[in-house]
Design a protein around this ligand. Structure first.
Ligand SMILES: [Zn+2]
Length: 104
């Protein structure tokens, strides 16, 4: 029996997600922990998660939506969107109201 690191369900049939994206994924969740992996005589560091098939399916669905551009935002020329904010490794422009809501 093994615990899914996403949903916590106990079970036998687990899959491993191995990820490296040049970003500190601990910012997203403390469930992401770096693990050294020996491959071809060299040690490399990846984030690894052991998940159940349901959580793998959720991740694949999210990946499908992402690769198909579902999250792409059209560029805005709204002059009220004039405050640059660093979010998830990129700069986004927000309004004063959005910025104040983020600070809470
Ligand atoms: Zn799960």
């Amino acid at each position: 029996m093994e615990t899914c690191q996403v949903c916590g369900q106990e079970g036998e049939d687990r899959r491993t997600l191995k990820l490296r994206y040049f970003y500190e994924l601990e910012e997203i969740s403390e469930k992401f922990q770096q693990v050294p992996i020996d491959e071809d005589g060299a040690t490399d560091v990846f984030y690894m998660l052991r998940t159940c098939k349901d959580c793998r399916g959720d991740f694949l669905e999210l990946l499908r939506r992402w690769i198909n551009g579902e999250f792409v935002q059209p560029e805005s020329d709204d002059p009220k969107r004039n405050i640059p904010v660093r979010k998830d490794g990129r700069t986004v422009m927000v309004t004063r109201e959005e910025w104040e809501a983020m600070r809470k």
